[in-house]
Structures are given as structure tokens and as C-alpha cells.
Design a protein around this ligand. Structure first.
Ligand code: KG4
Ligand code: ZN
Length: 343
């Protein structure tokens, strides 16, 4: 019979992530990261200009076994030594999620260990716990991924408050759309960053922030439209744009408000620590600006390495540990969810 688990203070947890185009597996022991493996189908997806769900599901099916085996080998852990399996159950591409979830279910069932269902976004937030083992709530987080942009106040290990969000696109989505406008290949964010390194932020695009409102709200649609108009106007006048300047100017307008508001939230909440997560937190301009703003404000910044900001399984295992400690285990009937609200 499945159940009746032995609960440990510092469990060994296998994390599995397959919500988009990265098949990932990782092993943690308590809050110590033992291994992290990512097999990406991004190069294959780039041929089609974005993630094709069918290709993603097939790629996960081919890679999930190898990712788990490599994660266990790198960690020096045998299957029988695992205390729990944590897996992303949403949000993401349904077919892609089901590959990781089904694999994790089989493993948990056959080893008779807890199955932990992890919300991908909570995983992004938990990544910081692995890069600083002393991190404890409360703290402020800047979350910026392909699907979310928000500033959060984490009260304790399981509860957070949303202090502000976006009224339209997420920051990563805006990077991807502007990359397409500039003819850059998928994935857009890192390519915009690379191009921006050779440009100057001289074009006065609007900041990605809703002004004259008492709520903290970011907005990327106005900025995106301004970039489109700038490029079209230049084309109609028979002139040429400098793509590197467009990329640098867009990047500054997209990121400056995120950094400024994150620090303001920390100060107004009296939090002394700031963390960041999600793919856009891998952006060098953001990392430098946030580090400098936090240092000026006397705030401690915990910034996960870039490979733990973009999708990975270490963050899923880290959130798995939080749920393990509260005894929040899933049963075998759990299904994948394409959408899960941030709150
Ligand atoms: O967190 P993530 O890997 O997946 C989601 O959960 O959405 O974030 C992916 C997003 C994409 O939109 C990608 O373009 C963006 O993060 N991204 C970046 C960078 N690396 C990834 N955006 C700006 N600069 C980067 N270096
Ligand atoms: Zn993600």
C-alpha cells in the first residue's frame, strides 16, 4: 500500500521540472544542492521561432529518464536513498507537464516515498533558499519570468503578499516580443541583452510603469508599442534604426522601474533582504542595477546564479522541501494544470 512515510528532518529530495522546453532534474539534501541537470530543447524550438508544445512533450519524453539518472549520479545518490519526489504540476504546457508528473508519480509510488506537487512560480521564489542557506522570511522578491512580473512580500515559508504586478504582458514576454520585432531568434531575452551590450540607451521609450495610480502596477504594452512605432516610423522615412540602441533603450525602460520599485517596497515594508527569481532575473543589466540599488539602500541582496533564475529543477526541489516540512503531499490522482493563479 502506498503511504505511511518515514519523515526526516533533512530529506534527500529529487526535483523534476518539465513545464516548458527544459527537462530538468536535481537532488537536494536539506537545503544543500547536490546536483542540477538541465536538458533543453531550445535549439530545436528556435527553428520554429518559439516553443511548439508537441515538440516540447516529445523532447521531455526522450530526456526525462536521462536527466534523472544524471542528477542522481552527479549527487552520488541511489534511487533507494530518495526521501521524496517533487515535481512541477503547473503552470505550463499541459502535455509537457504530464511527462514529468507521470514520471514522478511512478517513481514515488514504486519507492513508496511522498510525491510533492509544486507550483512552478513558487519554485522560482524558492530558488533563493539554495543560494543562501541562512535566508529566512520575511523578505521582498522581484519575480520576473515569461509569465509573471510581480513584487512579493514573503511573510513566512508558505505565505506571500503580492505588492504589485503587471496590468498586461510579463517582462519576459515583452523581451521575447521586442526580440521578434528586431528579427532576433528565440529565446528573445538573452539575445536582446547581447545586442544591447553594443548599444546605448539613447531612445526615450516610456518606462514600463503605470503612473498616476495608487496601486503599484507595471505595464509592458505601451513600451512594446513605442518600440514598434519607432521602428515603423524610421522605415517609413526611409531611414535605418540602430538595433543595438533600440535593444539597450528598451532594456533600460523595461528594467529600471522593476529595480526602483523593488527597493522602494523593501524600504516601505521594513524588510532588510531582497531576492529575485524568474528568467528575467538572469539579465545582466537587471542584476547590476539591482545590486547597486540594494547596496545604496543598505539592503542585503540574494540573487540566485543565472542558471537558477531560468527554469531548473533545483528550485522545484527547494519548494518541495518547504512542502515536505509542512507535510503537504500529493496523492496519485493529482493532474497537471496549465494555469495557476499567482495568488
Ligand atoms: O523563468 P523562465 O525561464 O520561464 C518562465 O517561467 O516563464 O523565464 C523565461 C523568460 C523568457 O521570456 C526569456 O526571454 C526571459 O525569461 N529571459 C531573459 C533573459 N534570460 C531569459 N530576459 C532578459 N534577459 C535575459 N538574460
Ligand atoms: Zn519559469
Amino acid at each position: 500500500m502506498y503511504g505511511n512515510f518515514k519523515i526526516k528532518e533533512n530529506p534527500i529530495i529529487l526535483g523534476i521540472e518539465s513545464s516548458c522546453d527544459e527537462t530538468a532534474a536535481a537532488v537536494i539534501y536539506g537545503r544543500k544542492l547536490l546536483s542540477s541537470v538541465i536538458i533543453s530543447s531550445a535549439t530545436e524550438q528556435a527553428k520554429y521561432g518559439g516553443v511548439v508544445p508537441e515538440i516540447a512533450s516529445r523532447a521531455h519524453t526522450e530526456a526525462v529518464d536521462e536527466a534523472v539518472e544524471r542528477a542522481l549520479t552527479q549527487a552520488g545518490i541511489r534511487l533507494e536513498e530518495l526521501d521524496a519526489v517533487a515535481v512541477t504540476y503547473g503552470a505550463g504546457l499541459l502535455g509537457a507537464l504530464l511527462v514529468g508528473l507521470s514520471f514522478a508519480k511512478s517513481l514515488a509510488y514504486s519507492l513508496n516515498i511522498p510525491l510533492i506537487a509544486v507550483n512552478h512560480i513558487r519554485g522560482h521564489l524558492a530558488a533563493s533558499y539554495l543560494c543562501d542557506e541562512t535566508l529566512e522570511p520575511p523578505y521582498i522578491t522581484l519575480l520576473a519570468s515569461g509569465g509573471h512580473t510581480a513584487i512579493l512580500y514573503t511573510k513566512n515559508y508558505t505565505e506571500f503578499e503580492v505588492l504589485g504586478g503587471t496590468s498586461d504582458d510579463a517582462a519576459g514576454e515583452a523581451f521575447d516580443k521586442v526580440a521578434r520585432i528586431l528579427g532576433l531568434p528565440y529565446p528573445g531575452g538573452p539575445n536582446i541583452q547581447r545586442l544591447a551590450e553594443n548599444g546605448n540607451p539613447v531612445i526615450p521609450f516610456p518606462q514600463a510603469l503605470v503612473k498616476n495610480t495608487c496601486k503599484l502596477q507595471f505595464s509592458y504594452s505601451g513600451l512594446k508599442t513605442a518600440v514598434i512605432n519607432y521602428c515603423h516610423n524610421a522605415e517609413q522615412k526611409g531611414g535605418k534604426i540602430n538595433p543595438a540602441d533600440v535593444a539597450a533603450s528598451f532594456q533600460r525602460s523595461a528594467i529600471e522601474p522593476l529595480v526602483k520599485k523593488t527597493v522602494e517596497c523593501a524600504v516601505s515594508r521594513g524588510a532588510d533582504t531582497v531576492t529575485a527569481g524568474g528568467g528575467v532575473a538572469a539579465n545582466d543589466y537587471l542584476r547590476t542595477a539591482l545590486a547597486s540599488a540594494c547596496s545604496k539602500a543598505g539592503l542585503k541582496l540574494i540573487l540566485p546564479e543565472k542558471k537558477f533564475c531560468t527554469d531548473n529543477a533545483a528550485m522545484i526541489a527547494a519548494e518541495g522541501l518547504i512542502q515536505y516540512r509542512t507535510g503537504n503531499f500529493a496523492d496519485m490522482s493529482i493532474n497537471a494544470c496549465a494555469r495557476i493563479a499567482l495568488k
